[in-house]
Design a protein around this ligand. Structure first.
Ligand code: FEO
Ligand code: CA
Ligand code: CA
Ligand code: CA
Length: 582
């Protein structure tokens, strides 16, 4: 065992320095190993990964997907488990053998679609708390942008979800932009559809987007991905309603490889980051959710019914009936007191002005256009809500507001919870519902106003006192609590290591003490990656974390000097076999 450093008794490891190296750095006494990387064979019969990028779309359908993001570990027993892992998107120049940034054929589009979605991976415990992928395995499965799914909840079957291919509006193909995740108490996985708008486009010259499409930032003339060039499903002019069939939270049973994933419309449609699930004292399920875009909102869903523990079937429809709320953060924006009170405003049709006069004719309308409904009730425009995590000890919820360089511009004034103009560093906000997760009101404060005391020794860009020259970071994104109440903070920010970002190095993972506020750097990723997607084994002796898109701006050979950089799932273990972080 190592000597405990001074400071918080909760943080048992030595802080590490910032790094700009093309490798993982972890705290002394820990090690990092790759569990699985993009393109590794997964489903039975899969082809080997081709480092030159020549794997076909058909190959990719059976291989581990790209850009692994949120994930959950589901234990089967002490030495076996199943992991559900999001594959958020692709880096085209890495995915395609031709190295271009656009798909040049239907085959390219199909390969891209096959690299998106979710990978279900059986794992078994190996030596020293390190785990291995089980192959072959009947659990291993790929869910892609073309996997059949169904809708449930109030918007299922709504006119706005009906297409020529699905006149009933009940069945949909696929999921993509799967950012982060959640895990239900009944052992299912929630995957969250985030930047789905970037997959829709058209060349139809006279196309003009509707206000609803604009509200979800559709850029049809120059979509980030050109799927529509070869797959008419994504041509917004030809199939306008297909757009409404994405932006949901999807529930997946990781233990049944034949199960049909379900898009749960009661949770609303927006650019979902993650789904932080907790059971209220009443037994109702509560899901906190962020909508990651500048000036968008924080939501919570409260189920009507109570959770039945240890009975997956009994909870089958739990996510279909309940109330969706959106958050209003109040307080004094002057003098940055960094605390205040708040309210949860119900997005229920017929209430709070959500009526036909405002264009809402049903609860389905409210859910499909959740952003517009939240506008009507006067929710607070936040600095890009990313992950939310609930402290298991006191029920307080924490949310990363990653950054917002437009804060303070016209139409986006500072407010108490988002107090800084040109907010390039972000903040972590938390709210306290006094132990009642169904509450309609809360108190909030800022756990960390991120900043850089090296670049800005004084003033609002310095950050709160728990930010130091030793732990400075920008753009908190991934977030998770372990059972002992350590707050794990992962970053997706600028890694120039210059000027405003000097001394911060590559993206990183830090650990915070929720009570003292102390934050210590635990891990740094390789070049131009994001660290994301934290999950633990039930004994907390293995931590899994994702290196996402290493080398997205070139110059990385992660892992293992690979000719093409590869997003990978990493496992962190302790050389003495102890609990991670303790
Ligand atoms: Fe996929 Fe908001 O991060
Ligand atoms: Ca994120
Ligand atoms: Ca981010
Ligand atoms: Ca990313």
């Amino acid at each position: 065992a190592q000597e405990k450093p001074a400071g918080s008794p909760l943080l048992g490891f030595q802080a590490i320095a910032a790094s700009t190296a093309d490798e993982i750095v972890v705290a002394p006494g820990y090690r990092a190993d790759v569990l699985i990387s993009w393109g590794d064979p997964l489903v039975n019969g899969a082809a080997a990964f081709d480092p030159q990028g020549n794997n076909s779309a058909e190959d990719q359908e059976k291989q581990f997907g790209d850009n692994n993001d949120g994930m959950s570990f589901f234990a089967i027993n002490d030495h076996r488990g199943v992991m559900a892992i999001n594959n958020e998107y692709v880096n085209e120049p890495t995915l395609f053998a031709h190295g271009g940034s656009k798909a040049t054929s239907l085959e390219d589009v199909k390969k891209s679609q096959a690299a998106h979605g979710i990978s279900i991976v059986e794992v078994k415990r190996g030596e020293d708390n390190r785990w291995q992928v089980v192959r072959p395995s009947d659990y291993n499965r790929r869910i892609t942008a073309n996997t059949p799914m169904r809708f449930s909840g109030p918007a299922a079957g709504d006119k706005a979800l009906q297409t020529a291919a699905d006149p009933q509006g009940m069945h949909v193909l696929g999921t993509f932009g799967n950012c982060a995740n959640g895990k239900t108490p009944w052992g299912t996985y929630l995957t969250c559809e985030e930047n789905y708008d970037t997959y829709f486009g058209t060349h139809q010259a006279d196309f003009t987007p509707t206000p609803q499409q604009k509200r979800y930032t559709l850029n049809a003339a120059e979509p980030e991905r050109n799927w529509a060039d070869f797959d008419p499903r994504f041509d917004i002019a030809k199939n306008p309603n297909e757009f409404n069939r994405h932006g949901w939270i999807v529930e997946i049973d990781p233990f049944d490889p034949h199960s049909v994933p379900v898009k749960r419309t009661a949770l609303g449609r927006f650019k979902h980051e993650n789904a932080a699930v907790t059971v209220a004292k009443t037994g109702q399920l509560v899901v906190y959710m962020g909508d990651d875009e500048r000036g968008e909102y924080i939501y919570k869903f409260v189920s009507d019914d109570k959770v039945t523990p240890d009975d997956a079937k009994a909870n089958h429809g739990l996510l279909d009936k309940g109330t969706l709320y959106v958050a209003q953060f109040n307080g004094d924006a002057q003098g940055t007191p960094l605390k205040g009170t708040g309210r949860w405003l119900a997005l229920t049709w017929g209430e709070n002005g959500l009526t036909a006069e405002k264009g809402f004719n049903s609860q389905a309308d409210v859910l499909i256009n959740a952003r517009a409904a939240a506008d009507v009730v006067n929710a607070t425009r936040m600095d890009r809500p990313e992950w939310i995590a609930v402290n298991p000890h006191d029920g307080r919820a924490y949310c990363t507001l990653t950054n917002n360089n437009k804060r303070g511009n016209e139409g986006m004034p500072v407010n108490a919870a988002n107090p800084r103009p040109k907010n390039i560093y972000g903040q972590i906000i938390r709210w306290d519902e006094k132990g009642d997760a169904t509450a309609q009101t809360f108190e909030w404060d800022i756990y960390a106003l991120c900043g850089n005391p090296i670049a800005h020794p004084e003033g609002i860009y310095r950050g709160t006192p728990n930010i130091t020259a030793e732990n400075t970071f920008n753009s908190p994104d991934g977030l998770g609590f372990d059972a002992q109440g350590r707050l794990w903070i992962l970053t997706d920010g600028k890694y120039s290591n210059k000027e405003d970002y000097q001394g911060q190095g590559n993206n990183q993972m830090l650990v915070g003490d929720p009570d003292s506020g102390e934050i210590r750097r635990f891990m740094v990723g390789p070049k131009s990656c994001e660290l994301t997607g934290i999950t633990f084994t039930p004994d907390y002796k293995t931590l899994f974390v994702n290196v996402q898109h290493p080398g997205e701006e070139g110059d990385s050979h992660f892992p293992d000097n690979s000719p093409r950089p590869r997003s990978s799932v990493i496992m962190i273990t302790r050389e003495d076999g102890g609990i991670i972080g303790a």
